[in-house]
Design a protein around this ligand. Structure first.
Ligand SMILES: Cc1cc2nc3c(=O)[nH]c(=O)nc-3n(C[C@H](O)[C@H](O)[C@H](O)COP(=O)(O)OP(=O)(O)OC[C@H]3O[C@@H](n4cnc5c(N)ncnc54)[C@H](O)[C@@H]3O)c2cc1C
Length: 410
């Protein structure tokens, strides 16, 4: 039987994450939205507390709901009946709460980040020990390669004499790129061999060959730094290539892409969190304006505002259930590329639409800087864009449903 309750073992995690969101993230939201590029020092203490909880096992390797899943399959515990709710579900539930607080600050949380998900997906034991627990950003996107990540031009050439790879190229839009300890850089060993030759390399942030070009000024999530880099003869030990250095015609690149099956439900979760914040505030505003939301009445017997609110809640719930399904499948080792993209597409669009409709329903209050609604509407947009845009998710879904390859359906 399907059980749609939050697994009991995660209740404590969810309530802790909610408390952090309410007491630390929300009170600092406007401050770091206004002071873009300023380091949110309030997060240091919080990150240390999360590390402590993780080490003590209190969070079951959940990364306290921040960005990475930390990839730990050992943390997956088996429930009765063979049903697993592990680190993917825990991260998702925590994230939803934290993003109810503030998406930008969540993304700025020290030692979390998508780079760790990439490391966990392909690193060997020695690399896991060397890089695990560090703050790692992920650098795939380039000026000429965004949605089509197989088109990257950054090169990696092995210098046999020194046993180092030499990286050259440009990386843009790297979340936490300025603040992280490590940057996981995607580069090609041989452009002629296409996607099979793309590998990821761990570059220390203080490597002299990795030069910060600029930090972006953004529409939303301003508490999170977004960095652009130039790599010029950037040397890394050959042991910094993650996974297998051989160029295998099949499997290598798709293995790296599978990282997204774990991370896309998490980005969907961010949209669910921020949309819930919008809905809760809107409900309060409607109620204080004397508008009653009656779930027992059909839409045509309600005020237009109440009917719209109920429709938005239904849309939110559909996105939430799709996302829970995708995370559950990841925990249960079921192939979930289709569901991960469905969740990301649905939640990304839902988050943007609900945030804007709530702004409109709340009128001047929704737009004013006296409250956070206008900020949430700006923050929501990126969630329909990074980790694959809306259009790219729809393309992936279409390929899966029609049984087409990426070469057959572009
Ligand atoms: C704030 C922020 C943070 C980011 N963080 C990271 C990060 O940490 N690491 C990282 O590597 N990248 C990051 N990115 C990059 C992000 O993932 C890319 O911006 C995204 O993949 C889109 O790439 P693009 O901007 O080059 O757009 P393009 O790929 O040029 O796309 C432009 C438009 O065309 C559409 N489009 C493209 N191809 C198709 C197609 N085949 N069919 C239909 N429509 C299509 C897209 O959906 C989009 O609407 C970040 C971006 C931002 C803005």
């Amino acid at each position: 039987m399907i059980n749609l309750e939050t697994p009991k073992k995660f209740n404590q995690l969810v309530s802790q994450a909610h408390q952090v969101a309410a007491e630390i993230l929300r009170p600092n939201s406007r401050k770091y939205d206004t002071a873009e590029h300023e380091y949110p020092k309030e997060l240091d203490m919080l990150a240390a507390a999360i590390d402590g909880l993780n080490e003590g096992g209190a969070l079951s390797g959940a990364g306290a709901g921040a960005v990475g899943t930390n990839g730990s399959s050992q943390s997956i515990k088996k429930d009765e009946g063979g049903n697993r709710n592990g680190s993917n579900m825990a991260s998702l539930l925590g994230l939803i709460e934290m993003c109810w607080g503030d998406v930008g600050l969540l993304l700025a949380m020290p030692r979390q980040g998508l780079g760790q998900a990439a490391i966990a997906a392909v690193a060997n034991e020695e690399q896991l020990a060397r890089f695990g627990g560090k703050w790692a950003a992920m650098a795939i996107t380039e000026p000429e390669a965004g949605s089509d990540s197989a088109a990257i031009r950054t090169t990696a050439v092995l210098d046999e004499a020194t046993g180092e790879y030499v990286l050259n190229g440009e990386k843009i839009f790297v979340t936490s790129g300025d603040r992280a300890d490590l940057i996981v850089v995607w580069a090609t060993l041989d452009r002629k061999q296409g996607r099979a030759a793309i590998k990821s390399f761990v570059v220390e942030r203080d490597n002299p060959g990795l030069k910060l070009d600029r930090l972006e000024h953004k529409l939303g999530i301003r508490a999170s730094d977004t960095a652009n880099f130039v790599l010029t003869d950037c040397r890394v030990p050959k042991e910094s290539l993650l996974g297998d250095p051989e160029i295998a015609p099949k499997g290598g690149f798709s293995g790296v892409m599978q990282t997204f099956d774990n991370t896309r439900p998490l980005v969907a979760g961010m949209a669910i969190g921020v949309a819930r914040a919008c809905l809760e505030d809107t409900r309060d505003h409607l109620q204080s304006a004397g508008i009653e939301i009656d779930y027992n009445l059909p839409p045509y017997l309600q005020s237009a505002a109440a009917a719209e609110f109920i429709a938005m809640e239904a849309d939110w719930e559909a996105a939430r259930l799709l996302t829970l399904q995708a995370a559950w499948m990841a925990d249960n080792k079921k192939p979930n590329s289709l569901q991960a993209s469905m969740a990301k597409a649905k939640a990304g669009r839902m988050g943007t639409e609900i945030a804007l409709r709530c702004v409109a329903l709340c009128g001047a209050t929704g737009l004013g800087e006296g409250e956070l609604m206008e900020k949430w509407a700006r923050d929501a947009k990126i969630l329909d864009l990074f980790e694959g845009t809306q259009q790219i998710q729809l393309l992936i879904i279409a390929r899966q449903l029609l049984g087409k390859t990426s070469a057959e359906l572009k």
